[in-house]
Design a protein around this ligand. Structure first.
Ligand code: NAI
Ligand SMILES: Nc1nc(O)c(N)c(N[C@@H]2O[C@H](COP(=O)(O)O)[C@@H](O)[C@H]2O)n1
Length: 264
């Protein structure tokens, strides 16, 4: 096989997966296209412990993750990930030459610290975009909302009728709100609670919610202290598990990528 850099490999891999999604008519009109993606160990852990930031991806699979970020309009994480990882969520090495997605943070009670990197990065790098924070109704008129807006973020409050019993905005309502501000595609990176909500919503809804699932599998075993990728998904509507259709596997460096275009 001719030599391919990991950048070329990432580009070709994404073209293959997203042209498949297109062929199968998975490019939605009523909601943004959703890619759910995360890195896990062989024993399906996304972090080494509760409250831990853990590097799982190798250099080559991280290049794929960064490439995926550049082909989506938005990149979404929960506030738990902001509090633990304090990420930048941009494509670091090619920042000025590629599309950087709009960071989107799900934060029911506006717990985001006003010094979080994600609230400030766009002020120092002109290629980075100001984030969107999606919160629950209790913050509609709060001082914290004003402070977060003061950092340059757009804060979207979801109506109480569109939140779950714990007051968390429902996934279809979040996607509707994102679509209404022009976001046509969103890459969901985690963490465990957000992954659980997207999986459950996708499995129980008659319409597709997650269109493409891309999982990086790292050759590591963490054991029971780690946070499981699906710890927060009940998958109650699928008692024998969720079957992935026509999975595609490819090795990136020392990791295996599993990708599937999900059936509705
Ligand atoms: N290996 C990987 O690819 C990744 C690993 N992580 C890891 O995940 C861990 C953080 O995960 P969690 O603590 O579970 O936090 P999380 O990042 O899933 O955020 C949960 C928060 O999101 C908010 N939220 C709003 N609407 C929601 C909804 N409908 N469903 C779920 N949450 C909603 C709530 O305020 C909730 O507290 C960290 O250890 C981080 O390192 C995070 C991202 C990727
Ligand atoms: N793909 C992937 N591999 C890992 O090993 C990871 N720990 C993550 N985590 C996600 O990436 C964010 C860090 O992003 P920045 O490098 O700061 O931009 C982290 O917050 C998780 O969302 N992903």
């Amino acid at each position: 096989m001719p030599f391919r850099s990991p950048y070329e490999q990432a580009d070709i891999f994404c073209q293959k997966i997203y042209s498949k999604a297109k062929e199968e008519d998975k490019i939605p009109q009523s909601k943004p296209l959703v890619t759910l993606t995360f890195a896990q160990t062989l024993d399906a852990k996304i972090s080494a412990a509760k409250n831990a930031k853990t590097k799982l991806s190798c250099e080559e699979s991280m290049i794929l993750t960064h490439h995926l970020r550049t082909i989506h309009d938005g990149i979404l994480v929960g506030v738990g990930t902001i509090l633990i990882d304090n990420p930048r969520l941009n494509e670091p090495s090619l920042l000025s030459t590629v599309n950087n997605p709009i960071p989107i943070i799900l934060d029911t009670n506006l717990r985001i610290p006003t010094d979080a990197k994600i609230l400030h990065y766009h002020k120092t790098d002109s290629a980075a975009k100001a984030p969107i924070v999606v919160c629950g109704p209790s913050n509609a008129h709060s001082q914290k909302k004003k402070e977060v807006e003061g950092c340059g973020a757009r804060v979207i409050c979801i109506d109480p009728s569109e939140c779950d019993a714990e007051g968390r905005p429902l996934i279809p309502s979040i996607l509707k709100a994102l679509k209404s501000v022009g976001i046509k595609s969103v890459m969901v990176e985690g963490g465990a609670n957000v992954i659980g909500s997207f999986l459950d919503c996708s499995a129980s809804s008659g319409v597709p919610i997650v269109d493409v699932l891309i999982v990086t599998i790292s050759p590591k075993i963490i054991g029971s202290r780690g946070t499981g990728a699906s710890d927060q998904a009940t998958l109650a509507s699928h008692p024998s598990g969720l079957d992935l259709k026509d999975p595609v596997y490819e090795q990136f460096g020392t990791d295996i990528i599993c990708a599937s275009v999900l059936a509705p």
